[in-house]
Write a protein that binds this ligand. Structure first.
Ligand SMILES: [Zn+2]
Ligand SMILES: [Zn+2]
Length: 342
């Protein structure tokens, strides 16, 4: 089968012919119909500090993790998924026996293996997937749209980490997940959605998905604009999806007392925040968001997916063999979501 590998340190990838994976008794074989490129894949392709530390010991392997496809074979212990089912993948492969797994928090399993990071991923014609990680899709949803459920799930987990109906929400970072968060807040009845990014092109997507106020954080006085847009009180909810120090600081500074901060962004290095004034005295609630709750988030995502019109987010489609074109488009920030079809 055609497959896309990270074989050695440094920028780039390698396309190779390899054997179709043999499945174990508790796995299904998925014929990949669509796989989308994620920010994580950009880190792996570009081989930045994170990738060097996180992936260095896993080479060579097939990367990619956002997928939709059809089950073509099932191991003998597989339950609840059948040959012919359309599926996507929950990418956190949990151990099922650690404290977190046993107490309903599998998404933060201490022995987690991540698809396309720790084990062979989805940039291939076929994928071996543990049956518990196969999420059955509605056959009415086209594969190229179903493949972006994993990042939509991140947005669902973050947005519904607390109440949004009737709230004013700041969302920092209009990448695909941030834009999905805008759409979800709109559907959920947020009073006012304030979207921030440094790129006008990305802010346009925020507007398309329902943002009421757009702030270009590269040029604007961010704190002043948010306080003006909230009648001087600050936002009720702050969603950090940029992974930027300035976003974290501005988001906390413009959160009203008693507000909720949900942090999904991954930051390149540690930094200082004003804990006393921005967290303690304001009595805010702050949560870290990792992946998707297994599988509460997936049920919500399934219900919300048809309402999201995600085709608006998918700017490019390429054959899997043209994957380099996909990375090019994203590097130049010409695209939002790129879907590859084997
Ligand atoms: Zn992803
Ligand atoms: Zn575990």
């Amino acid at each position: 089968m055609l497959s896309v590998w990270k074989t050695k340190p440094g920028e780039g990838l390698e396309i190779k012919e390899t054997d179709v994976p043999k499945i174990k008794d508790d796995e299904v074989l998925v014929k990949v119909k669509a796989t989308s490129i994620c920010g994580t894949d950009m880190h792996i392709y570009g081989w930045d500090n994170w990738a060097q530390k996180r992936i260095g010991k896993n080479l060579p392997y097939i990367f990619g993790h956002e997928v939709a496809g059809e089950v073509v074979e099932a191991g003998k212990n597989v339950k609840a998924v059948s040959v012919g089912d359309h599926v996507s993948a929950e990418t956190h492969i949990s151990c099922s026996h650690c404290f977190q797994c046993k107490t309903g928090k599998e998404h933060i399993c201490e022995n987690v293996k991540i698809l396309g990071v720790d084990v062979n991923g989805t940039f291939a014609e076929y994928l071996a997937l543990p049956h518990r990680n196969a999420w059955v899709n509605d056959k009415k949803i086209p594969h190229w749209i179903a493949s972006v459920q994993e990042p939509l799930g991140n947005a669902v987990h973050t947005v519904f980490d607390g109440e949004v109906a009737g709230k004013t929400v700041t969302i920092f970072g209009m990448g695909p997940i941030g834009v999905c968060a805008v759409g979800l807040c709109k559907i959920a009845g947020a009073e006012k959605i304030i979207a921030l990014d440094q790129h006008e092109g990305r802010l346009k997507f925020g507007k398309e998905f329902g943002a009421d106020v757009l702030i270009n954080s590269a040029s604007a006085d961010v704190k002043k604009e948010i306080m003006d847009a909230t009648n001087g009180h600050g936002a009720d909810v702050f969603l950090e999806m940029a992974g930027a120090e300035s976003a974290m600081k501005d988001g906390l500074a413009t959160l009203r007392p008693g507000g909720r901060a949900s942090i999904l962004g991954v930051f390149p290095k540690p930094f200082e925040i004003d804990v006393t004034n921005d967290i303690v005295f304001k009595g805010i609630t702050m949560n870290g968001i990792n992946g998707r709750k297994m599988f509460d988030t997936w049920y919500k995502t399934k219900a919300l997916l048809p309402k999201m019109k995600l085709e608006r987010l998918i700017t490019h489609k390429f054959k899997l063999s043209e994957i380099e074109n996909g990375f090019d488009v994203l590097k130049k920030r010409e695209g939002m979501k790129v879907v590859l079809e084997p």
